[in-house]
Design a binder for this molecule. Structure first.
Ligand SMILES: C[S@@+](CC[C@H](N)C(=O)[O-])C[C@H]1O[C@@H](n2cnc3c(N)ncnc32)[C@H](O)[C@@H]1O
Length: 276
């Protein structure tokens, strides 16, 4: 069965319901930063009284499909995640990588994320998944938790915590120090939350990492990976982004305010630079 079916059924069997992957143009008052993603509600049907658990949206179906394609070609053994929320991405990674160990942290700012930790661990146990959700805050707890939970080096990191450029860099550098030299880093929401420049800094500061924005993923994810994996990973990336020239053309076509041209071209230069 497919991963999204397994995942939705896993939550439903446990008494939750899922809202996912909706188009904001179909629902007045919603935007592309919220409704296209995945949310867990208490109760098996989304009635008025049912409560949204965790405000942080999880991976969209398209993004899960991207991961499915990626992990068919590239198989990590140890996966670390910043941002567990209600466990959606933690369980996705574990379902897609049955041979891997998955550990996710969450700072748990409210009782919802604390419940998210419990539910994630209970669902992982129920499905025999090697996934663990732990209370922890990045960057301070990253090293300690990686050291105590993994026997071998972490080779895949998913960063989906606080969506600011400053925090993205703190998350990345903390993980970089504690993970394998050949680790692959995937960042959620880079384009949606205007973190392109922070991602560019990641790539320019790390001689051995290649990177790309993934324009065909819902949140505008970005991936950084060591040169060794270029042959395996690049063909998948090429399918989940747009060619540079097409990006430039689209920006030009959508351009109504000509004064914006200079600003946009600066941004495009940043994007064009990403491949070494
Ligand atoms: C967008 S949600 C994560 C969604 C999750 N990855 C998924 O797909 O279901 C972001 C989560 O990151 C957590 N978070 C924010 N800043 C953090 C930090 N510095 N360290 C650990 N967790 C953090 C929040 O509590 C929140 O639950």
């Amino acid at each position: 069965m497919s991963t999204v079916i397994d995942l939705v059924q896993l939550y439903q069997f446990a008494g939750f319901s899922v809202q996912s992957s909706l188009n904001p143009s179909h629902f007045e008052g919603f935007n592309n930063k919220g409704i296209p993603f995945s949310y867990i509600f208490s109760g098996t049907k989304i009635y008025e009284g049912d409560q949204l658990l965790c405000v942080g949206g999880g991976l969209s179906f398209t993004e899960i499909y991207f991961l499915e394609c990626l992990f068919k070609e590239y198989t990590p053994g140890n996966i670390f995640i910043i941002g567990n929320a209600f466990g959606w991405s933690t369980l996705t990674m574990a379902l897609l990588n049955p041979g891997a160990k998955v550990v996710a942290i969450d700072a748990c700012p409210s009782p919802d994320e604390l419940r998210g930790i419990e539910v994630t661990n209970a669902l992982a146990r129920k499905s025999n998944l090697n996934a663990h959700a732990v209370i922890g805050t990045s960057p301070d707890d990253v090293n300690k938790i990686i050291e105590s939970y993994f026997n071998d080096q972490v080779d895949f990191v998913f960063i989906d915590g606080e969506h600011t450029s400053k925090q993205l860099l703190l998350d990345f550098y903390a993980c970089r120090e504690s993970t394998a030299k050949k680790c692959v880093f995937l960042f959620h929401d880079v384009i949606n939350f205007s973190m392109i420049e922070a991602f560019t800094e990641v790539i320019s500061s790390q001689e051995d990492l290649f990177g790309s924005l993934l324009f065909r993923t819902t949140s505008g994810m970005a991936i950084a990976f060591p040169k060794e994996f270029e042959g395996v990973i690049r063909p998948i990336i090429d399918v989940f982004t747009e060619p540079d020239q097409r990006l430039l053309d689209l920006k030009r076509i959508g351009q109504t305010d000509l004064n914006l041209e200079a600003k946009l071209s600066e941004k495009m230069k940043l994007q064009l630079k990403l491949w070494r």
